[in-house]
Design a protein around this ligand. Structure first.
Ligand code: SF4
Length: 908
């Protein structure tokens, strides 16, 4: 039955270094124009069509993308989406150069298609059924797959039948009060690090210190707070997992470990297996929890499969359904769904399949018992260790659906990010995007909008028919929501023809931002902002009307919440288990939306009155590349650790914040303030451990003094030459996307011709996680990026041997920053921020005892007071670019580096 057409298919590869086409059995180089014509004539085999399109400068390119085929054949399997990564994933030989890639693509196609014929293809189930749909959708691979995938003898189980159901479990008792013995903690640590491992006294000290957070609490609202700075390489993960696993075992409770980056979450998932090997009551001992918006919503997927998605998006839905059947936990963002899958398809297909907008109907959903989100939420209630992120921990602590699920023992790893996570969690934003979202949640689809979304009245139809007061509240909320911004609000606001009190307010706010902003953003196409102060009577009046409109919506929502509570308590006949769960879900959703509106009302109520010293309020017009996308009023706490202390610390029993960069140099003061503990009159325990790395011989900081600030050609030349000198393996960090793009545009082609591939955030059509995977996988690749890479990259070994910062990372001079700077000691506040950023960026370089590398800052006037950001003993030199190049290249070629002074004179 088998034809083998794959090898005869032409294949194309395009990099910054050129284009290669393999037609039949010969490969040749060709120009971009010819490559585009060839791709338009015949469907060509290619790897990552959007990337090839971007390299050719031809956005409409399509063809037989091997990434799509891989996602079909091996759903939920990891693969770095490069020729080398593809070769590794399929057990083929790595291509020796760009010109060998087209042949690899042919071999890979043959290997993948061949897999479908094999009896031992482990992901066969569901493939034939999915293929039938993909044939109808004219997926380019469908005709090649059809002769290879035999029709199953028995009908295949459909995804929704195949997924396991979660089960209700009894509530867990509260944890026992236990005191961990130091000897037990240290021997647990020894078990985790392995029998052959050398005992590390610093790690033992760290583990003993970490165990203090588990001591029984002595006063209500008085948790044990431990701040532990542990230099890179201390072994802090096992250091806190040892007492955590011991406490969970002895007390029967749950420990939450919270991270800021997905990279650390992945590492923890791996390492915690050793600390929590056994399952309690047959349940998984370790559960990764993320926000709902990360998980696949099966109801959204079903809708997409049944016509909700059209064209290419419908193909994406089929590939996601293949993945869902094999996924470990349904996590679409940073889980086992390949990060590159979404970027192969235009628009926001992946986001539309998650539960972004809180539209879940809980037990009203036919897939409720198989729902990934519900499963993760229930599993975490039974787990010994929950791995989560800072934002989720804070939201759960502040407004968790159920008290049993609130974290009470929390380790905040990457603790230096707790402040910014609290800052966004406890802030209010009354913007066009947020208010129209609220309107959709209350009213449901309007006009031509499609999809399964339903408004409040449709979701609570049974309540309305049973309870008159509830019905009245729903109707009133529905009517009040009419005053919120509706479809097309931004165009109306920009044109000055707002409709309704909230659009009026946004229009007035936008006008004020344009009138007052002096940030220079207007000309540069960036966002605008202005503080909320000195408002005219007209503005206050408009704000007053908006406030009334919000009050009119909030009141019926609060009443409805109370009615739902009463109905659950009454327990009418129709209130079976699923209906109860659905109403409780609705109650919680209504509760947090009422709180959201209350925050907006409080923000508006203060306009025109005396300023509240606890808050910073401003108006912002969000723009990128000159295009506006949102307008609104913002309110942040001057010190977000105040609400954090009340909502997260006070109800907890033990909290540890740990990081390699918690304190500023040797000074604990800002770390203590940023822990929130002083708001509860708690003096935290302080612990610090130096890194075991020998920075004097492993690293060197070079401050390059002769690249003029603002000179883009010089900046690009410096980056290009440094990357060449290092032979790739460079991470370039930028504070502005504009400069990143300009530098990338000038150097990528030249570097690629020299065999040094360059990738960049905000330029390449690849998600950040995948960019880091590509970078890690190829020691000759370099990566340019912005803030997110400063501490989201964990690349031990040879792939990262040079970090280049384009300039001193000054904080953005926003209104919020100005207020905090004023309260935090002026320039000393800025210095603390910059030192922390430098320390985090430096921390990317040396990840193991054998790593070596250079850290380069291009700055003609680097203040000496910032140099304490680098670990003691690190050699630091101020040099010209030429000297820096020599230093970098000589260490690459293995020659002894020029002797570096241990530390600049006068710096302690
Ligand atoms: S229970 Fe909610 S989140 Fe889960 S599949 Fe159904 S609608 Fe989606």
């Amino acid at each position: 039955m088998t034809e083998r057409p794959a090898l005869s298919l032409p294949a194309i590869h395009a990099s910054h270094g050129g284009c290669w086409l393999r037609d039949g059995f010969a490969t040749r180089g060709l120009g971009k124009g010819e490559a585009i014509v060839a791709a338009a004539d015949t469907p060509l085999l290619m790897l990552n069509a959007p990337l090839v399109a971007s390299r050719l400068g031809y956005p409409d390119l399509s063809g037989l993308d091997l990434l799509e085929l891989f996602a079909f054949v091996h759903p939920a399997r990891f693969m770095v989406p490069t020729p080398k990564g593809l070769a590794h994933a399929l057990g083929l030989d790595e291509p020796a150069g760009d010109d060998k890639v087209p042949q690899l693509l042919q071999e890979a196609a043959e290997a993948l298609l061949g897999t479908c014929e094999r009896a031992d293809w482990s992901e066969r189930e569901g493939a034939w059924t999915a293929l039938q749909s993909l044939v109808r959708m004219r997926w380019p691979w469908a005709t090649l797959l059809t002769p290879r995938i035999r029709k199953p003898e028995r009908a295949e189980r459909w995804l929704f039948a195949k997924l396991p159901e979660w089960e209700e479990t009894a509530e867990r008792p509260q944890p026992a009060q236990v005191v961990l013995g130091e000897t037990a903690v240290v021997s647990r640590l020894a078990e985790l690090t392995g029998a052959g491992a050398e005992a590390r006294p610093t790690q033992q000290d760290y583990a003993r210190e970490a165990s203090r957070m588990f001591a029984p609490r002595q006063g209500q609202g008085q948790p044990h707070v431990v701040l532990a700075q542990a230099g890179t390489g201390t072994g802090k993960t096992f250091g806190y997992l040892a007492p955590s696993s011991l406490w969970a075992e002895q007390s029967g409770g749950t420990v939450w470990v919270s991270t800021y980056t997905k990279a650390l979450q992945r590492q923890l998932r791996r390492e915690s297996r050793r600390a929590f090997p056994a399952s309690r009551n047959g349940k998984p001992p370790v559960v990764v929890r993320k926000g709902r918006e990360n998980y696949l919503c099966l109801l959204n997927l079903e809708d997409a499969l049944q016509g909700g998605f059209a064209g290419r998006a419908a193909i994406l839905a089929q590939l996601v359904a293949r993945w869902a059947a094999y996924s470990q936990d349904g996590d679409m963002i940073g889980g086992d769904l390949p990060g590159w899958l979404g970027t192969l398809f235009r628009k926001r297909g992946i986001a539309a399949l998650t539960d972004q907008r809180g539209e879940c109907v809980y037990a009203g959903c036919p897939h409720y018992r198989k729902c990934f989100i519900e499963r993760a939420s229930r599993a975490s209630a039974d787990a010994e260790l929950v791995i989560a992120n800072h934002a989720l921990v804070m939201v759960n602590a502040a407004r968790g659906r159920d008290a049993a699920q609130r974290p009470t023992r929390i380790v905040f790893d990457e603790g230096h990010h707790v402040f910014e996570a609290a800052d966004s969690t406890f802030s209010a934003a009354l913007t066009g995007a947020d208010t129209i979202e609220l309107r959709r949640w209350v009213i449901g689809p309007e006009g031509k909008s499609r999809g399964r979304r339903r408004g409040l009245s449709a979701r609570l139809a049974d309540v309305a028919s049973y309870d008159e007061e509830g019905e009245r509240a729903i109707t009133q909320a529905r009517e009040a929501a009419e005053s919120l911004p509706s479809e097309g609000w931004l165009a109306r606001v920009v044109e000055g023809t707002p409709s309704g009190p909230l659009e009026e307010l946004l229009s007035a706010a936008r006008a004020l931002a344009y009138a007052r902003d002096e940030s220079g953003g207007q000309e540069a196409g960036y966002g605008l902002e202005t503080e909320i102060a000195q408002l005219e009577g007209g503005f206050i009046e408009v704000a007053g009307q908006a406030q009334e409109a919000l009050e009119a919506l909030r009141k019926p929502l609060v009443r409805l919440g109370l009615r739902l509570e009463a109905i659950v308590e009454d327990g009418p006949d129709w209130l079976d288990g699923p209906a109860r769960a659905r109403i409780e879900g609705a109650r919680s959703a209504i509760g947090w939306r009422s709180d959201l509106i209350a925050g907006w009302i409080a923000l508006l109520a203060r306009l025109g009155g005396p300023g509240d010293p606890d808050f910073v309020d401003w108006i912002a017009v969000e723009r990128s590349d000159g295009r506006e996308w949102d307008v609104g009023l913002h309110r942040h706490y001057l010190d977000p650790m105040k609400p954090f202390a009340n909502a997260v610390l006070a109800p907890s029993h033990g909290v540890m914040m740990t990081s390699a960069t918690l304190r500023d140099g040797d000074d604990w003061q800002s770390a203590v303030e940023r822990s929130g503990a002083p708001h509860l009159d708690i003096a935290p325990r302080l612990f610090s451990a130096e890194s075991p790395f020998d920075y004097a011989s492993q690293a060197e900081v070079l401050i390059v003094t002769d690249v003029p600030k603002g000179d883009i050609p010089a900046l690009a030349a410096a980056y290009g030459r440094l990357i060449e000198a290092a032979g790739g393996g460079a991470l370039g960090l930028f504070t502005a996307i504009r400069r990143l793009r300009a530098v990338y545009g000038r150097i990528a082609d030249r570097l690629a011709r020299g065999g040094l591939p360059l990738f960049a955030q905000h330029v390449d059509p690849i998600d950040t996680g995948t960019l880091v995977d590509i970078f890690r996988d190829d020691p000759r690749a370099s990566l340019l990026g912005t803030d997110a890479l400063r501490d989201g990259v964990d690349v031990p070994g040879d792939s990262l041997r040079l970090v280049v910062m384009e300039q001193v990372p000054w904080p953005k001079p926003s209104i919020l920053h100005r207020a905090r700077r004023l309260a935090g000691g002026g320039s000393a506040y800025d210095d603390r921020i910059i030192r922390a950023r430098l320390a985090q960026a430096f921390g990317r370089l040396i990840r193991s005892g054998t790593d070596k590398g250079h850290f380069v800052v291009l700055s003609s006037a680097f203040p000496s007071r910032l140099l304490s950001a680098f670990p003691a003993g690190t050699p630091i030199r101020r040099v010209t670019l030429d000297v820096a190049l020599q230093s970098v290249s000589s260490s690459v070629s293995g020659r002894e580096d020029a002797p570096a002074t241990p530390r600049e004179e006068g710096i302690s």
